[in-house]
Design a binder for this molecule. Structure first.
Ligand SMILES: [Zn+2]
Length: 230
């Protein structure tokens, strides 16, 4: 409903940059230039994680507009940022399989699409334009709906997610798990566990549009680990 309303408003009022409101059908040059990918790498309990930036300031605002506001005009910017994060993990590799973390049914219904799967596909296309043989493979499934992560600490979150995913295929070659936001890394680690259980041997790490640092504000309306909200 919201996207219909937005599309109708754009028709009547004229489309605008979703970040600053200046006229145009997409993110304006000034806003795009003010938000360059600035990859930040962390190791979260043994898993290398790269975000194209830290979850603060205008980067956080852009993510919220995309994720909660249903702003499709931010798709290209988000894919560009995710691609930059993936590149950081690739090293000398020139091929990669991107595996999106699975969304809940509820989230797909609320958003009208599988946000992270679409993001992975767009990032793969983006990587292709610079000569990286990238494929997005949505092989992970949720075994069960996980409980609300919101009030849980790191250990409880991992326990809540343990065994919650399985893979219907074995991705070949180097694999990067992708998500929009990584906070504690519990979701990405569960994805890695499921892929290894299926037989994946070369998991380079996880890439996201943003990583939340210790000082980052929580994603509004979203539990720290995301699974319920995606
Ligand atoms: Zn703008």
């Amino acid at each position: 409903m919201e996207r219909w309303w937005q599309a109708a408003a754009d028709l009547v009022l004229g489309a605008s940059c979703p970040l600053c409101g200046s006229p145009g059908g997409r993110v304006c040059r000034r806003c795009a230039a003010s938000l360059p990918p600035e990859p930040a790498q962390v190791s979260l309990e043994g898993l290398d994680v790269v975000g194209a930036g830290i979850h603060v300031g205008s980067r956080r605002d852009a993510l919220l507009a995309w994720k909660l506001g249903g702003t499709h005009t931010l798709d290209a910017l988000m894919a560009h940022h995710l691609a930059a994060a993936v590149i950081t993990l690739l090293g000398a590799e020139r091929s990669v399989t991107l595996v999106p973390v699975p969304s809940t049914r509820r989230s797909r219904r609320e958003r009208g699409r599988d946000l992270v799967a679409d993001l992975a596909a767009a990032a793969a296309r983006s990587l292709g334009t610079i000569g990286v043989d990238a494929t997005a493979v949505g092989c992970l499934r949720l075994v069960r709906e996980t409980g609300d992560q919101h009030a849980l600490g790191r250990v409880e979150r991992s326990r809540n997610l343990a065994g919650s995913m399985w893979s219907i295929a074995v991705p070949e070659g180097p694999v990067v798990i992708v998500d929009d936001v990584v906070t504690t890394g519990s979701t990405a680690r569960e994805a890695a566990r499921a892929l290894v259980a299926a037989g994946a041997v070369e998991i380079l790490g996880a890439a996201a549009v943003v990583v939340a640092s210790a000082g980052s504000p929580p994603v509004a309306g979203h539990p720290p680990d995301g699974l319920r909200s995606r």
